[in-house]
Write a protein that binds this ligand. Sequence first.
Ligand SMILES: Nc1ncnc2c1ncn2[C@@H]1O[C@H](COP(=O)(O)OP(=O)(O)OP(=O)(O)O)[C@@H](O)[C@H]1O
Ligand SMILES: Cc1cn([C@H]2C[C@H](O)[C@@H](COP(=O)(O)O)O2)c(=O)[nH]c1=O
Length: 661
Amino acid sequence: MTRTGVTRPDPAAPPGDSPNLRRLRTALALSSTGQWLSVGALTAMAGVLARDDAPLDRAPAIGLVLALLLAPAVLLAPLVPAVGRLDRRTVLVAADLVRLVLLVSVPLVDAQVWTAVAALLVGVAALPWTTVVTTTAPALAGADHAERARTAALRTVFGAAPVAGVLFAVLSLVADAVAGAATRADLVLYVTAAVFLASAIAVVTLGDLPRGADRVPSPLGLLLRNGSAAGLAVLGLALAGGAIVAVAQVEAVTLGAGNPGYGSVLAGLALGAAFGAFEGPRVLAVFSRVRLLGLAVPAGALLLLVLALVHNLVVVVFLAGFFGVAAGIAWSAARSVVPDRIGHLRSVALVGALVAVAVLPPVAAAIGTHRLGDDYAFTGAQAILLAGAVLAALLGFVALRRLDDRRGIPLVPDLVAALRGERYTPPLEEASRPLRPAERGVFVAFEGGEGAGKTTQARLAAIWLRDHGYDVVTTHEPGATKIGMRLRAMLLDRDTTGLSPRAETLLYAADRADHVANVILPAMARGAIVVSDRFVDSSLAYQGYGRKQPVEDIAKLNGWATQGLVPDLTVLLMVQPEAGLRRLPAPADRIESEPAEFHERVRDGFLALAETEPDRYLVLDASRPQSELSRQIQDRIREILPDPVPAAAEDVTSTFPAITD
Ligand SMILES: Nc1ncnc2c1ncn2[C@@H]1O[C@H](COP(=O)(O)OP(=O)(O)OP(=O)(O)O)[C@@H](O)[C@H]1O
Ligand SMILES: Cc1cn([C@H]2C[C@H](O)[C@@H](COP(=O)(O)O)O2)c(=O)[nH]c1=O
């Protein structure tokens, strides 16, 4: 939905959903809920079986179980494709039934070592389900909708976490009510086993599932390659979040709240994180995503700092929830900052969490408990939470310093303007004072692949705007200035051979810098509406995704070239590359004549960019009739238009009585 509640049209109709795919997602939801429940159930059991008097002494056993649950995802992921050669349904059912048996066995065997072994095997048995997200769901959706299906499957996996958190808290409360305080985790373990049974049954009812599995990159490999400062911020949050999970049970028991308290903390954290990640793109939509990331991480750290010092479970649950919101927002911002390195971000999060749960609990136990005065006891658990908070804040600030895409623009006014829903406009190079909002025009960019209809729709939008009395400047990239025309000739001439991708990126950025300084900003300074056929997103999609260069670096370069200018609205026209190219007259220019795979990557790149900032984009299926598209574009532009009557004139006219006849 757009901000006004108008349904955002599906960029690629039909959406590619099928009954089999929906059933697969149901099974995935059940299996994921079971996996998240296993985390609570097995750690709770580890705490019970540790049988140490002081809750803090149980922390290492709990940390070990958490680490064993996570370790297979970090260490064994590259083995997943081998599973893809087997019958998919048999493997998924087996993975669920193995986990069922393991969970039922834990209370029956009733031994600490077996709980740890079971945790490791549950982690291993979850791996085949990875192929559902990476391969099966995308294959069932078909090539055109594969990316969408993969995203939906991922959302299903992570969306199951808050459901499992709440279920764990409720089941623990029921167990406590029935069997009294200090209950074991048997009920949760049995219910988790039942959830896996339900998942196995759901898989059996599925139709044919395609075989095969994509290569699953090793998280460790992705961690070391592909580094990014955004990863540092994510690492800070993963360490901090891991610290919360690692000592949540110990804290809950110390505060006398047992497993229901533990479940409430997990549920609060998971609900907050899901909310933050989901709503993230809408939070301060006009604010720089880098700055949002740089602020969300220290905000989470501050919440953790308070959480570490409070001795009240209700407050702890709320703080864990708000920490989750900050972490979720930071995650969504990090994805927008480096949309081409999401795999790297996931690896950082996974490995950071693994390190936190493996290392921090023994440290907490070693620190022990120290009385500060008569009433306040300071524990090792609090110490590691504080350390996690400080580390997260530091890493967040480092990321902000390294990545800031609005350097030179003061943070506070930028944030204040964003809170008012406005984008802070920096002083123009030519002008000696900043633009006031009333003086600032509106900037609309049209983006998309070759022959998508950008020029057509930009022209129609400009005609419509002029009809309504607006001062409109239509422009395009590359080549809107004298220098730009020469750059365009160099860039698009097929005689230009051997141009390196970096040089190409710099030439497009040079054209853009000239365009912004000499055409766009002066027009905006006089309050005009600027409609541009292509802008920064074209460089991100073509030179970033198409030429496989780091999108983050290109974004930074262009942030500087454009003096931080971002369109108020980007209309993204989506068309199948071969259909778009067919619309264009021959001969093809240097970029148009790139191979089909290049144009496919560009298309995916545009979609990925739009997904990270949905409020700024209007994504349209460009195969629809021009008039329909143009109506939808008008509806969306209408939302961001200033009043065509200048404020000064309105002051005068509004004093006249209205004439109604
Ligand atoms: N919705 C549409 N359906 C069918 N044809 C269209 C549509 N929109 C534009 N066209 C036609 O496709 C051709 C290319 O359109 P246009 O020049 O607007 O695309 P473009 O995206 O600006 O192309 P380029 O990649 O060269 O910048 C034109 O002949 C135009 O009339
Ligand atoms: C701005 C910009 C453009 N391109 C490519 C995309 C097109 O192939 C041409 C421009 O041609 P058009 O007919 O005027 O659309 O240049 C690019 O690769 N990177 C950019 O930043």
